[in-house]
Design a protein around this ligand. Structure first.
Ligand SMILES: *Cc1c(COP(=O)(O)O)cnc(C)c1O
Length: 443
């Protein structure tokens, strides 16, 4: 019955999509030439299309799914909250799920973070961190008001809103907006000489430094040299600069620990969370702040030290309920502990993939994996071809240019993880083979 219904609407979905939708990060001219894959359902770590075919969700629905889809604990928590209230504002009111989740996040977060400000996307969590850092120094008064600048990493990615783009450094996504952005100081991850030069020249004018910890995801899974994050923390302390750590991609187990910061024992002043916060179920994000920053905003109503910022769906109860349930599942399923063996499996299989003639370099940290196919004619769209080959073999992946990204839900089984890596290797072989066939090169 359900199957019949799905089949009968599939062509309509494709038609409506082609007629009316505009997809993110997508060249629509190419999109409308392809038959779109219509996802109608999911089960565990599989996505299911309108014809009933199963695919491993190899990029965790854009890096956010943690415990799989339709997890009974998270589903039940959302249904239960739905029976109470779907949404109520945080402006002037509060509710149980937001308060409970805040306490749970503070308990988990690196020491020193004590306050939770909600939003609904990673980009917003970053905007909020930037505005908090800036306003904090303005309210410190005197000399501190000079601290208006930001240091960020080359090839950084913090989201697509304009503040987040200003501190981002990915040419392809960001360069066109240059005139709209505020100026920043950029330094390559690992370049301590470069960082010290910026600090010597501008240290007293910097409000905060923002980094993705350990791994820069959107840059193509760029893994930092060990110790870099701890070094950044020390340098920020030496120059009284706030450290913003963007854990939107790395948070909630992705790199093998609950937060990437833990691996270098770093406590940031501000921490951005998103993606995996709700187990990847609903749009909820959070900016965590230290008590010192929070205290900088306290005053009389007439002092106007208020943080004048808040979104309509800030702290949405359904999202908070999902996030609490996701944290429960982390505990009951020992998600982080059980990652160890999966990461070992990944590293073992990647050693073979790295040896493939089609592969230039393999980079990984925990369950963030990048397989770099090297320099190719961009018109070949090699990464895209690999993803189409993977689809035929039963896995959904989405590349970053010619870097094949694997970012499966943390709950993926050993056998599916192994299968995902086998499919990926076969897809790379098939796609590169077809692309270098004489007819295609000529075309
Ligand atoms: C995805 C991502 C963001 C943006 O999150 P959205 O929810 O897409 O706005 C920010 N920072 C990092 C590191 C990310 O990977």
């Amino acid at each position: 019955m359900i199957r019949d219904h799905a089949e009968s609407i599939a062509p309509t979905v494709a038609q409506l999509d082609h007629d009316h939708l505009w997809h993110p990060f997508t060249q629509q001219r190419g999109w409308v030439d392809e038959q779109p894959l219509v996802i109608s359902a999911a089960a565990g770590t599989d996505l299911i299309d309108s014809e009933g075919n199963h695919y491993i969700d190899g990029v965790a629905s854009l890096w956010c799914n943690v415990h799989g889809h339709r997890h009974p604990t998270i589903d039940a928590a959302i249904r239960d909250q739905l029976d109470r209230v779907a949404h109520s504002t945080m402006l002037g009111l509060t509710h149980g799920p937001a308060a409970e989740l805040a306490a749970r996040l503070i308990e988990l977060a690196p020491p020193g973070l004590s306050r939770v400000f909600y939003s609904e996307s990673g980009s917003s969590a970053v905007e909020i961190a930037l505005k908090l850092a800036y306003q904090y120094w303005q309210q410190c008064g005197g000399q501190h008001r000079r601290r208006t600048g930001f240091i960020c990493l080359g090839d950084g990615y913090h989201g697509d809103t304009l503040g987040a783009v200003s501190v981002g450094g990915i040419e392809l996504f960001h360069s066109v907006y240059e005139p709209l952005l505020f100026q920043t100081h950029r330094v390559a991850a690992g370049d301590l000489v470069g960082l010290d030069r910026i600090l010597d020249l501008h240290g007293e004018d910097i409000a905060a430094m923002i980094v993705e910890p350990l791994v820069q995801g959107a840059a193509g899974i760029k893994v930092h040299p060990p110790g870099w994050l701890a070094t950044v923390r020390k340098r920020c302390d030496a120059h009284a600069i706030l450290l913003i750590v963007d854990e939107v991609a790395t948070g909630f187990g992705r790199t093998g620990t609950m937060f990437a910061c833990e691996q270098e024992r770093v406590s940031p002043d501000l921490m951005c969370l998103g993606k995996g916060l709700t187990g990847g179920y609903l749009p909820l994000a959070a900016t965590l702040a230290s008590e010192r920053i929070y205290a900088g905003f306290l005053g009389e109503h007439t002092d106007f030290r208020t943080f004048f910022h808040g979104h309509t769906f800030t702290g949405n109860p359904l999202g908070c309920a999902a996030a609490i349930a996701s944290l429960d599942v982390f505990k009951s399923e020992q998600t982080v502990l059980r990652l160890e063996a999966k990461i070992e499996l990944v590293e073992r299989r990647l050693a073979d993939i790295a040896a493939m003639p089609e592969v230039a370099e393999v980079r990984s940290r925990g369950m963030m994996i990048g397989i770099d196919l090297g320099e190719h004619d961009q018109a070949l769209r090699l990464g895209h071809r690999v993803s189409l080959e993977a689809r035929r073999r039963g896995a959904i992946i989405r590349p970053l240019g010619d870097v094949i990204v694997l970012m499966p839900p943390l709950a993926i089984s050993h056998s599916d993880l192994d299968r995902l890596l086998t499919i990926t290797a076969a897809s790379i072989e098939a796609a590169v083979g077809a692309a270098s066939a004489p007819t295609l090169v000529a075309a």
